[in-house]
Design a protein around this ligand. Structure first.
Ligand code: PLP
Length: 330
C-alpha cells in the first residue's frame, strides 16, 4: 500500500476544481435500475468528453512539468480524449495513439480537438508500444492511462466527492488497468470498502490475484475499448490489500446493466461505464440490508442505439432463474 499512501488526492482535487465537473450523486430508489436495494450512482459519465478520465488527465498535466514537445498518450479512446481536452485547455501540444479496434463513437470526438491522432493496428497494448517509441524520439511527456501517481490521484477525486456528499460503506468501481481502482482505494483509505468489477474479457485484476502477480491476459469482449489493458497496473497491484471484493461479470450482465440504466434513468452508459453497476444488477454483489452503496457510472462513449434497442424493459429485476442470477438479454 505504500505507493498508494503517497498519492495526494486532495491536491489533485484542488488542481482540477472548476475545470472538471463535480458530478451528481444520484439517489436511486429500490428497483430503479433493477436492483432490490437503494443505490447512490456517481454520474461521472457527465464529465467533459464523456468519462471520468478528464480527472486523471488534467491532474497529470497540472501536476508535473510538461516539456516543450508536449504530451503523448496511448488510449482505447477515453483517456486519449481526456488528454486531448486537458492539453487544449492548457495550450499543450498532444499526440494520441489509439488502436484500430477503437469504436467510432470514441474516435469521432477527436475531431473537436487540436491533438494529433494516430491510429495503429491491434489493441491498447499495441498503441502503448507506439506511444513509448514516440516519447523516446521526441522527449514528450508520457501520459499513462492508469499507472502514474498523478493520473491515479485525479481518478481518486471521484470517490473523494462521493464521501464528501454521502456516508457510504461501499464504493463499487470498474477496473481496467486499475487507475480508477487505485485512486478510489487511496481516496477512501479506511472509510469505505472498495469493490472492483471487471468483465470476463478484461479480467486483469482477477488474473493477477489468481497468479499472485500481474500477468498479461488476452483482451476481448464488449468492454475492451475501455477496460482492455493487457495487465493490471503496478499502482493498482500495490493497492490490492484495499480491495474488499473482486468481481467478474459477463458481457451479457453489462448489456443488461446498460439497458437498466436507460430504462430507469434514461442514461446511456458505455459498457465500461456500466460494468460496476452490472455487479449489482446481475446479483454478483449483494449488499447487506443496511449497506449504503455508491456505484460509479463512469463513461458514456458508445452508440446510443446499442442501448435503446430494448426487447423488454424491467422496472424491477426479472424473476431469478435456478442459477440465482437474472436471465440475461433483458
Ligand atoms: C468508461 C471507463 N470505465 C473504466 C475504465 C477503467 O479505468 P482504469 O484503466 O483506470 O481501470 C476506463 C478506462 O479507460 C473507462 O474508459
Amino acid at each position: 500500500m505504500e505507493a498508494i499512501e503517497q498519492i495526494d488526492i486532495r491536491d489533485a482535487a484542488r488542481r482540477i476544481a472548476g475545470a472538471v465537473r463535480r458530478t451528481p450523486l444520484l439517489a436511486l430508489e429500490v428497483g430503479a435500475v433493477g436492483v432490490e436495494h437503494p443505490l447512490l450512482a456517481k454520474l461521472d459519465l457527465l464529465q467533459p468528453t464523456g468519462s471520468f478520465k478528464v480527472r486523471g488527465a488534467l491532474a497529470l498535466l497540472t501536476g508535473v512539468a510538461v516539456p516543450p514537445a508536449g504530451v503523448v498518450a496511448a488510449s482505447g479512446g477515453n483517456f486519449g480524449l481526456a488528454v486531448a481536452w486537458a492539453a487544449e485547455r492548457l495550450g499543450i501540444p498532444a499526440e494520441i495513439v489509439v488502436p484500430a479496434t477503437t469504436p467510432p463513437d470514441k474516435l469521432a470526438p477527436f475531431a473537436a480537438f487540436a491533438a494529433t491522432l494516430r491510429v495503429v493496428d491491434g489493441y491498447y497494448a499495441d498503441a502503448l508500444a507506439v506511444a513509448d517509441d514516440l516519447v523516446a524520439s521526441t522527449g514528450a511527456l508520457h501520459a499513462h492511462a492508469y499507472d502514474q501517481p498523478e493520473v491515479v490521484a485525479g481518478q481518486g477525486t471521484a470517490a473523494l466527492e462521493v464521501l464528501e456528499d454521502a456516508p457510504v460503506e461501499t464504493i463499487v468501481v470498474a477496473c481496467g488497468g486499475g487507475g480508477l481502482l487505485a485512486g478510489t482505494i487511496a481516496a477512501v483509505a479506511d472509510r469505505a470498502r472498495v469493490v472492483a468489477v471487471e468483465t470476463a474479457g478484461t479480467a486483469t485484476l482477477h488474473a493477477a490475484l489468481d497468479a499472485g502477480r500481474p500477468v498479461d491476459i488476452e483482451v476481448g469482449g464488449l468492454a475492451a475499448s475501455s477496460l482492455g489493458a493487457a495487465r493490471i497496473g503496478t499502482l493498482a497491484w500495490a493497492a490490492r490489500d484495499g480491495i474488499a471484493r473482486s468481481i467478474v461479470v459477463s458481457d451479457d450482465d453489462v448489456r443488461a446493466a446498460q439497458r437498466f440504466l436507460w430504462a430507469g434513468v434514461r442514461l446511456v452508459a458505455e459498457p465500461g461505464g456500466a460494468t460496476a453497476l452490472a455487479a449489482l444488477t446481475s446479483g454478483a454483489y449483494q449488499p447487506a440490508p443496511d449497506e449504503r452503496v455508491a456505484v460509479l457510472v463512469c463513461g458514456a462513449n458508445t452508440d446510443p442505439g446499442s442501448v435503446r434497442e430494448l426487447r423488454r424493459v424491467h422496472a424491477r429485476p426479472p424473476p431469478r432463474g435456478r442459477s440465482g442470477r437474472p436471465p440475461t438479454g433483458v
